[in-house]
Design a protein around this ligand. Structure first.
Ligand SMILES: [Zn+2]
Length: 71
């Protein structure tokens, strides 16, 4: 039973999908640190895979971080 997602912008129907870039998108907390004056950004867990819902009417894309990755 697919859950019906409605566009928060226009009320249109949202289509479930994903985003393909260089690899699948992962959401995680970001930890900033400074090593020898160089700013480094590190991803720390827990991480989630990202699911995208696209509105069929206006094209608005909403992202959901679902399915925790690893442990
Ligand atoms: Zn819309």
């Amino acid at each position: 039973m697919p859950e019906q997602v409605v566009c928060s912008k226009c009320g249109g129907q949202m289509e479930r999908g994903g985003i393909r870039g260089d690899s699948s998108l992962i959401w995680g907390h970001v930890k900033e640190s400074s090593i020898f004056g160089v700013k480094a950004v590190q991803m720390v867990g827990p991480m989630y895979s990202v699911e995208a819902h696209r509105c069929e009417k206006c094209g608005y894309i909403e992202l959901y971080a679902i399915n925790q990755q690893g442990k």
